[in-house]
Design a protein around this ligand. Sequence first.
Ligand code: ATP
Length: 450
Amino acid sequence: MADGKNNKEVTLAKLTSLSKRRGFVFQSSEIYGGLNGAWDYGPLGIALKNNIQKFWWKEMTQLHDNIVGLDAAILMHPRTWEASGHVEGFNDPMVDCKECNARFRADHIDLSAPCPNCGNKDSFTEPRDFNLMLSTNLGPVRNENSKVYLRPETAQGIFVNFKNVENTSRLKLPFGIAQVGKAFRNEVTTKSFIFRTCEFEQMEMQYFVKPGTDEEWFPYWKEKRMAYYDKLGINNKKLRFHEHGPDELAHYAKGAFDIEYEFPMGWQELEGIHSRTDFDLSRHAEFSGKKKDCTYRDPETNEVFIPYVIETSVGLTRTVLMCLSDAYEEEEIAEGDVRTVLHFHPAIAPLTVAVLPLVKKDGLAELAKEIELELREDFATFYDQSGAIGKRYRRQDEIGTPFCLTVDYDTKEDQTVTLRFRDSMEQVRVPISELSNRIRSEIKNYKREF
Ligand code: ATP
C-alpha cells in the first residue's frame, strides 16, 4: 500500500518539515540560529521516542530470559576510555576542501572525484585522524588531569558493572545487560536531520556467554533483532544485513553485521550486531588491575574465565527517523485528494485514540469528553472538537493516531460510537462499554499492509 499505489516520494525535507510543523522534532536552540548536530524532541517526538524505547526495553528484558537493565552514568573514569581503545583509536579520517573549506569524512566520499560542495577537483587535504570523543573538565581546575569524556557509547558502563550485576542478580551465563542512554560524538559531518548527530541516544545490550558458544549466539541475535523490526511494523523490504569485511571490523570485533534500513538518502546502518570476544573485559581487567571483577566462575565446573560478548547496538534517535520514514505516506484517496498519513505501529504512535464529538452542541461535547477521560487511564488520548470531522481525521492521520472515536447523535440513543481506523479509514460502531478491550485487541493484532 505504502509503495505501489503512488509515487509520492518520502524525502528528508518532507520529514523535517512535518516534524517541525506538528511538534515531533525542532532544531536545537533555533532562536539563536540552531546548533549543528543537536535536535530537540517536541510533544509528539518525545512520546514517539519514549514508546520506541519502551518497545525495545520490553523486547530485550521482559520478553527475554536472563537480560536485566542498567542505567550507568554518562561521565566515567577516564581510564575507561583508555582501556576500551577509544582514546587511541576512536578516530574518523577527515578531509577539508582547500577551495571551499567544506569538511568530509574521507571514507564517505570519493577522494578522486570533485568536491561534493563546490565541484573543484584535487582540492582535498590529506586525510587526518580526528578523535570523535567530546570532553569536559570535572572539578574546579581545568587541566589534563581533570579531563573527562562524555561517553561515546553506552556499552562501557555495562562492562565495568559486569560483576556488580552478576553478584546482585545471581545470574548464570549466558546473561545480558541492557541499557538506554545518551552518547556523544564529535561527528565530522552531521547532515541528514536526526540520522547522525553529536548528541544521540543508544539502546545497547551486551550478552555475556561462555567462550566458544559465541559462535551460536551471534546468529541467534542476528535473527532475533531482525524479527524485532517485524514486530515493530517496519517494512521488511527496506531492511537488510550488511556483513563487515575485514577492513571494516572495529578493533574489538571478531565478526559484525549491520542491520541497514533504506532511509530517504539510501541504505544506511541502523543497528550493529557485534561479536566482541573478551576484548572489553580483558582490557578492563588489565587497566584496572581488578581481574576478579572481569571474570566469571562456572558454578558447575569451578572454571574461571573471561566471558565473551555478543552486542546489539541501535540508535534510539536513529530509530525515530526510521519509524518516521517508514510510516510516511502521501496517499491519493480520490482524484486530486491526497492525505498525509503516518502508519506507525499503534504501540509506538504518540497518541493512541482521538475522541471527537461530531458537533459541540446538544451535549455531544460533554459526552465525548466523558469518554475521553475514561480512556485516559489506559491509552494516550486526545480530545478535539474544532473543525469539520473530515479535517479532524486528517490531522490525526498526519501524526499517526491509529484510532479515532466519533461521538454523534446515535451515541446518545444506543451508547455506541464510531471507531475509525487510520490505515484503512474503515469505520465500525462499537459499544462504549467495549471500547477499551476492542482498542487493546486492535493494538495487539495490528498488522500493517505494505
Ligand atoms: P558510523 O559508522 O555510521 O559512524 P558506527 O558504526 O560508529 O556508526 P556504532 O558505534 O556501531 O556506530 O553505534 C551503534 C549505533 O548507534 C549505530 O548503529 C547507530 O544507530 C547509532 N549511532 C552511532 N553514531 C550515531 C550518531 N552520531 N547519531 C545517531 N546515532 C548514532
